[in-house]
Design a protein around this ligand. Structure first.
Ligand SMILES: *Cc1c(COP(=O)(O)O)cnc(C)c1O
Length: 391
């Protein structure tokens, strides 16, 4: 009922753990460029129903760890609703996942995929959240997790992975080096590779957010804001809505806004440049969306073109302001990448009608990177011993 299809040449494949990229297109991937031959899961199960989200997934429920991943809260942020005069604004709080980020949706499916195939080691490169996510879910499921991290990984995410007991290897360089090392490691030592976009289950796992949105709202939203780095969340969000559209369960694909940081916006540039990806070094405080060569760039671009999606670029300062607004007005402490969706909304809010349904994805917990969060606050300088000193 489920199979893979190459997003470049449409060749189909059976779902097997040793099949990752299309064997004709994948090897044509150029250095410093998005992956070619990314595979997507095709669902020909026409009995899928929103009463049972597992019915949309290519693995039996019995293989999934029994910890509560996904089904995150959909919040109506009353104070923001008033401030922005947007009556149907919602925040999907994925920082509520077990390890504090959206990445758990993908790790959950990858964990089940490895288990179903009796593979006990999972290997990946990560900027931080994918690694700590796989480490936590792997800890629960009793799987060995090996993570390659860039040397500038935020402390919280490193500590979190080590706490979960993962085998952590530090690359003397950036995420791209960690990525290459993880691929080599998998070739030599085996295990399942969970690299984002490379393992098709990473996209498939992330689609569940759209299914939950439609289930919880009772219909599709009009607009969804998605913080975007490698473009896997973006493709997952589209995939979920596309599955629902093909089953006649929604009427249209919402307008999706890929929000990127000003100096890490490869997908935005490609959209302006007819799908051509140039290579630039990225810098942004939002480490989870700091990406030089977006692994899933080609598929993200295809989806944006097909469904008339938009890109929005935001500065680091706008991201940090949005982070502060979220904390202050909604009680949600969200890491900078996750707050980028609000920063994006603030740029285009005047183009919306008051009652359109708008969803912001809040993708990661603020406690993962407290250093960034100190930029917009002042720590108390003075120590007191006596309450009289307060005047
Ligand atoms: C990974 C991540 C993103 C971006 O997802 P991509 O699939 O790389 O585009 C956004 N926010 C957080 C918190 C993340 O961990």
């Amino acid at each position: 009922m489920f199979h893979y299809r190459c997003t470049d040449c449409n060749k189909t494949f059976d779902i097997k753990p040793n099949v990752m990229l299309c064997d004709s297109c994948g090897p044509k991937t150029k250095k410093n460029s998005p992956l070619l031959g990314v595979l997507e899961v095709i669902n020909s199960n026409h009995r899928s129903s929103l009463d049972d989200i597992f019915s949309f997934l290519p693995l039996e429920k019995q293989y999934f760890p029994t910890l509560p991943v996904s089904n995150t809260p959909l919040i109506r942020p009353e104070r923001l609703i008033n401030d922005l005069s947007l009556t149907n604004l919602f925040i999907k709080n994925d920082s509520n996942n077990p390890t504090g980020s959206f990445k758990d949706r993908a790790s959950y499916l990858v964990s089940a995929f490895a288990k179903c195939n009796s593979i006990n080691e999972i290997v990946l490169a990560s900027t931080g959240n994918a690694g700590s996510s796989m480490a936590g879910i792997g800890a629960y499921a009793n799987q060995k997790i090996t993570i390659f991290l860039p040397k500038n990984v935020p402390e919280g995410k490193l500590v979190q992975s080590l706490q979960y007991g993962a085998n952590v290897i530090m690359a003397d360089g950036n995420y791209d080096l960690a990525y290459d090392l993880s691929m080599e490691y998998s070739k030599i030592f085996g295990g399942m590779n969970r690299n984002t976009a490379y393992n098709p289950m990473t996209i498939e796992g992330k689609k569940t957010v759209s299914l939950e949105l439609v289930r919880d709202l009772g219909q599709e939203p009009d607009h969804v804001f998605v913080p975007t780095g490698d473009g896997v969340i973006l493709a997952g969000v589209y995939k979920g809505f596309a599955d629902l559209l093909s089953l006649g369960l929604i009427n249209k694909i919402p307008t999706i806004y890929a929000v990127q940081a000003q100096f890490s916006c490869a997908i935005h540039r490609a959209l302006l440049n007819n799908g051509i990806f140039d290579y630039q070094n990225s810098t942004t405080i939002a480490d989870s969306i700091s990406v030089d060569a977006p692994r899933n760039g080609f598929l993200a671009y295809k989806y944006l073109k097909k469904y008339n999606g938009k890109t929005i670029i935001v500065t680091d300062d706008e991201i940090l302001n949005a982070q502060k607004i979220l904390s202050e007005k909604t009680g949600l402490f969200i890491e900078p990448a996750g707050a980028a969706s609000l920063a994006g909304l603030l740029k285009v809010k005047d183009s919306f009608k008051k009652n359109e349904t708008i969803v912001l994805l809040a993708t990661g917990n603020g406690l993962k990177d407290t250093l960034s969060a100190t930029k917009k606050i002042t720590k108390p300088q003075k120590l007191i011993k006596n309450i009289a000193e307060l005047k």
